[in-house]
Design a protein around this ligand. Structure first.
Ligand SMILES: C[S@@+](CC[C@H](N)C(=O)[O-])C[C@H]1O[C@@H](n2cnc3c(N)ncnc32)[C@H](O)[C@@H]1O
Ligand SMILES: [Zn+2]
Length: 288
């Protein structure tokens, strides 16, 4: 069975990760702002945590924050549509979501091919997908010092034992660009553009230069970074190959389906398999 990185299995508070990382946060926000323009449709943030990036999509008509962790969702803006679910089994009808984004989720995904198939199933327009880049500049240098020239696998997986208090081993995966592109295409996406973001994610650079300067440097050298896949974080903007004409919906519950059997729901109960899902404290819980 595919393992899921469960942020609820430890006392770790993901918000703490962002202390001292304003450069990384602001360079992602500055970049994403150019790609996201709110409209009267839906925007889905997959594995969106506590909604760190929600200022970018909160003005869509249906801003949906989806995450596997109830704890993270409880820490999010209550005005978002908060959905607790697993990316491998999304609780949305086929093609019911217009725009989607997933940032810093892929490095926890053991089976990216299955996850992207499922994401593709629900999207009817575009996806911004971030992944941790196996071939970034500093990793390449490290490989030289480690005499690690033969690491030609499509991706590698590194378990950091209990570094943040998790009981089980954690999933941290860096992917090759070509591999992610191939599975995006296989899942029905056309690649529009790719970018290398927060390229100065380095302790020394952050000590020497101030955040604003580094963010602007990141933007200035974007064409160069983009070509060389320089940085540790790559963003791909992809469009669905077959966009269909969908009727607009008025109530979010109209696009929910059973994540297990994909059957229709009646007041969160599945007509098909009989499972009833719950909405507690404003959060739709499809985790089961
Ligand atoms: C590193 S955090 C990134 C959060 C947010 N996207 C951000 O950039 O701040 C990874 C998030 O992915 C969620 N996650 C991990 N596995 C998941 C899965 N199978 N389905 C949905 N969310 C998952 C975790 O609960 C966590 O909130
Ligand atoms: Zn069902």
């Amino acid at each position: 069975m595919t393992q899921v990185q469960d942020y609820d299995s430890s006392s770790y508070d993901y918000r703490d990760y962002w202390n001292g990382r304003s450069y990384e946060h602001l360079s992602e926000v500055a970049f994403l702002k150019k790609l996201i323009s709110p409209d009267d449709s839906s925007f889905l943030d997959i594995g969106g945590g506590y909604g760190r990036l929600s200022s970018l999509y909160k003005n869509f008509k249906f801003p949906i924050l989806l995450d596997y962790s109830i704890k993270n969702l409880k820490n999010a803006d209550k005005n978002l549509i908060r959905v607790c679910a697993d990316v491998y089994n999304l609780p949305f009808k086929d093609g019911s979501i217009r725009h989607a984004m997933s940032v810093r989720l892929m490095h926890h995904i053991e089976n990216p091919s299955d996850a992207l198939e499922e994401i593709s199933r629900v999207i009817n327009d575009d996806l911004i997908l971030e992944f941790a880049n196996k071939d970034h500049f500093i990793a390449k240098i490290k490989h030289i010092f480690d005499h690690d020239f033969k690491n030609n696998d499509v991706y590698f997986q590194k378990h950091k034992k209990d570094s943040q208090g998790w009981k089980d081993s954690q999933i941290f995966i860096n992917f090759r660009y070509a591999y992610i592109i191939s599975i995006l295409k296989k899942s029905g996406f056309i690649i529009k553009n790719s970018f290398s973001i927060s390229n100065f994610r380095n302790g020394y650079a952050k000590k020497i230069f101030n955040t604003k300067f580094l963010v602007s440097l990141d933007r200035t050298f974007q064409p160069l970074f983009k070509k060389s896949f320089f940085g540790p974080s790559i963003f791909v903007h992809a469009i669905k190959k077959n966009i269909t004409n969908k009727e607009a919906f008025t109530n979010i519950e109209d696009i929910f389906c059973c994540p297990k059997c994909k059957g229709n729901l009646n007041k969160l109960s599945c007509y098909n398999c009989g499972i009833t899902y719950k909405k507690i404290g404003g959060i739709y819980n499809f985790k089961g």
